[in-house]
Write a protein of this length. Structure first.
Length: 272
């Protein structure tokens, strides 16, 4: 019996990276999983996004823990598609939903045409996820916890004057506003809402030729300016590091923690 046995978790961006780590961690603690991912390319994103095979691998890894999982290919920009996945998943998993991880996101940092896509996915998609999921959570009456994936870029002013980068920072800052507002809106239903703010994480979003090149260019341009490194001697965190923090936020150990923007960043924000 795990800490989360009997609970159901809805996770967006679950095909790989942090989303997959969240799904496996929560499943290992007993939760059943509703996993959602686009599994297709967005034109303005210059690195490969997740595929159906990636989502199938998440399903396999979750099933190996003994948990149940239902996987859906859907776009968080499409509210109706998110709603359909939540409705179908909760019906099949016993009319429960206690945990929501709004994790889906893109980082098309240098793309001149990327502003709208990054706002639509990283901010509007998070809004859709909360708005759709909170209604069955309230209806089922079990309380619960919602965690929104932001970034250190949602707490400090970093990036470059490019549409994708500025849009990324704006969306990740906007997530903090959503988190604080919904923490108040949903408190009366015993639903807690927090955001998690990772520094660089070793996922396909960062570990690709485009993003590595962009980060190298940003570091060179910042010579004599802001220090882009972490305080602790680690270049990048692992997805499991973020999943461990998210697990704590949704567990009973954090039962009175709500409205908190939690950096998991090896001291990055503290250096700013």
């Amino acid at each position: 019996m795990g800490e989360l046995t009997g609970k159901v978790a809805f996770i967006t961006g679950a095909a790989r990276g942090q989303g997959r780590a969240h799904a496996v961690k929560l499943a290992s603690e007993g939760a059943d999983i509703i996993a959602l991912d686009l599994c297709a390319q967005i034109e303005s994103v210059p690195y490969p996004l997740a595929t159906p095979d990636d989502l199938a691998e998440t399903v396999k890894l979750v099933e190996e823990t003994g948990a149940r999982i239902l996987a859906y290919q859907a776009d968080v920009r499409d509210r109706d598609a998110v709603k359909a996945a939540v409705r179908d998943g909760t019906e099949k998993l016993g009319d429960r939903l206690e945990i929501v991880i709004a994790n889906a996101g893109i980082a098309p940092m240098a793309a001149a045409e990327a502003w709208q896509d990054v706002i639509d996915v990283n901010l509007t998609g998070v809004y859709h996820t909360i708005d759709v999921a909170m209604k069955p959570m309230i209806k089922f009456g079990n309380g619960g916890a919602i965690v929104l994936t932001s970034s250190v870029a949602g707490l400090v002013g970093i990036g470059a004057p490019m549409a994708g980068s500025v849009g990324y920072a704006a969306a990740k800052h906007g997530i903090v506003g959503l988190m604080r507002a919904y923490a108040n809106f949903l408190a009366t239903y015993s639903i807690r809402v927090n955001s998690v703010h990772p520094a660089g994480v070793n996922t396909p979003m960062i570990d690709n030729d485009f993003t590595r090149s962009w980060l190298d260019g940003l570091a060179q341009a910042s010579t004599g300016g802001p220090d882009m490194g972490n305080a602790l001697p680690v270049q990048a965190l692992e997805p499991e590091d973020i999943a461990n923090a998210v697990f704590w936020l949704v567990s009973d150990a954090a039962r009175y923690v709500t409205g908190v923007a939690l950096p998991v960043d090896a001291g990055y924000v503290n250096k700013r």
